[in-house]
Design a protein around this ligand. Structure first.
Ligand code: SF4
Length: 495
């Protein structure tokens, strides 16, 4: 496809873009397949290297070619709160943000990333096509069809019709026909690009150990949308790590890799430094904690999610209070400096008592933390499509604020810090995650005026995120076949 050009655009700033291994892998695929491939991202300001000095238009970072002159403009969107940057970036590139106003065949605007598999509807008016699932499965066919359209001068309608026939591709103009989420076989998981630019992980080389998690926590979209569990062999992971002094092991459930201990033992024996952002509490043994410390890990996160055993069971987080205590004491004994503890509030069935239980749990963990610091991070639960909790209400903001007040007690504990996520940002995320096409007006207004999105999210223009959804009614994202049956989700929600 030497005559085809494509630019991959990340809807956030450079450091975040280069920390996304999925984004880097798709760019590597573009680089190998296309005559001209480039990368771009959300500029910090008009002096950023991806903004042209004369016209102020968005550019590819290496070629300095205007984004609008590529045949394919592909956006990769991992987080719903980045949706607003889609019309913003298209506008900055001089491309009409609304697909209905783009009559030329090129540039074709394609969107991929986790949010597309979850629910692409809020941005459906801006994109020509969305990839539902993993890029490895779709990219060859998609780019082949686009290249043919270029060579044989097909019309836009013809091109979209043909793209819509590719499994795993959603074309908004073709209506709500069923799209099956596609996933790559383990051996087809794309290799890491050999050159990775510094990101907010510093100069750590990122290696994917596998995809998918079989634990089935009821709130977790990743658990359902990266199914089935696919782990790369220990040999492949070690091979990818070769030649890199600092390695970050990434994946949906890194600690569940059957060879994770031998892999980290090998890395330690080779004198490498290792990064693993989080582990489940039930995966931390004295040996694992010691290995991590020996590989230079200074901070590690575990996620009790909530304070009481009752609510932990209700949300499907199968870890016990004892396992949390053991994990903290093993990590502390091994010399891990900071143990992050992640919690959510506003979960279905939660009461003030469950939140008080978070305070008690952290207080008691203070007794086993030794010299380690406990860094507690709490955010509101956001119901996500394709999970058992997709019908649940987003808690009232007043309730969340009151529960944050209960949690502030943690700030008084020696050796503990407390970070509370923005309730407004979670509220916006809750609206976008379960939104439909009517949200495009608000997204466009926010992008054009550069005012906060929440200004345009008004009652009457969107679904109230605080309402529980009716389990008997169809959901806007039902046209995506995620591979998990709705009946199973309903059963879990009811139990
Ligand atoms: S929260 Fe973690 S353990 Fe639970 S399903 Fe999601 S990835 Fe798996």
């Amino acid at each position: 496809m030497s005559g085809l050009s494509g630019v991959l655009v990340y809807p956030n700033v450079k450091e975040v873009a280069f920390a996304s291994l999925g984004f880097l892998k798709v760019f590597e695929m573009f680089r190998r397949k296309l005559g001209l491939a480039d990368i771009s991202y959300l500029p910090q300001d008009r002096t950023d290297e991806v903004v042209s000095k004369k016209k102020g238009l968005l550019l590819g970072a290496s070629s300095r070619t205007e984004v609008s002159s590529f045949d394919v403009v592909a956006l990769s969107v991992a987080y719903e709160n980045d949706f607003v940057h889609i019309p913003e970036l298209l506008g900055m590139a001089g491309i009409p943000p609304l697909a209905s106003e783009r009559t030329d065949v090129f540039p074709l605007v394609v969107c991929g990333g986790f949010t597309m598999s979850s629910n692409p509807l809020p941005v459906a008016d801006f994109i020509d096509a969305g990839v539902i699932g993993e890029a490895e499965v779709v990219i060859d066919r998609l780019l082949g069809v686009v290249d043919n359209a270029r060579v044989y001068a097909r019309s836009k309608a013809e091109l979209l019709e043909e793209i819509g026939g590719i499994e795993g591709v959603y074309v908004p103009t073709l209506g709500g026909k069923k799209v099956r989420r596609v996933w790559a076989e383990t051996e087809s998981i794309a290799a890491e690009p050999l050159k990775q630019e510094a990101s907010h992980f510093g100069d750590m080389f990122l290696v994917e150990v596998g995809r998918g998690c079989g634990r089935g926590c009821r709130f977790c979209a990743a658990g359902n949308l990266y199914r089935p569990v696919r782990m790369r062999s220990g040999e492949i992971v070690m091979d990818r790590c070769a030649d890199h002094r600092k390695v970050g092991l990434v994946g949906t459930a890194v600690g569940d890799h059957p060879d994770i201990v031998p892999i980290v033992e090998w890395l330690e024996g080779e004198g490498r430094r290792v990064g693993i952002s989080s582990l489940r509490a039930d995966q931390v043994s004295p040996h694992v904690a010691g290995l991590l410390a020996a590989c230079g890990v200074r901070t590690i996160a575990i996620a009790p999610e909530t304070g009481s055993e009752r609510l932990r069971r209700r949300i499907g987080k199968g870890i016990t209070r004892k396992q949390i205590f053991d994990a903290v004491s093993y990590l502390s004994a091994a010399g891990i400096r900071t143990i992050k503890l992640y919690f959510m509030i506003g979960l279905p069935g939660e009461t003030d008592k469950d939140v008080e239980a978070i305070v008690s749990l952290v207080s008691e963990l203070g007794g086993v933390r030794g010299k380690s610091k406990l860094s507690v991070a709490v955010g509101p639960f956001v119901p996500k499509p394709h999970t058992a909790f997709q019908w649940a209400a987003f808690a009232e903001r007043k309730t969340l604020r009151e529960r944050y007040k209960i949690l502030r007690e943690i700030r008084r504990f020696t050796g503990c810090s407390l970070k509370l996520a923005s309730i407004d940002e979670a509220w916006t995320e809750a609206i976008l995650a379960r939104g439909d096409r009517s949200l495009s007006t608000a997204l466009l207004e926010a992008a054009v005026t550069h005012r906060p999105l929440k200004t345009f999210l008004k009652q009457g223009r969107m679904r109230d995120p605080h309402e529980e959804l009716d389990t008997r009614k169809p959901l806007p994202w039902d046209f995506i076949d995620s591979g998990v049956s709705k009946k199973r989700l309903l059963d879990e929600y009811a139990s």
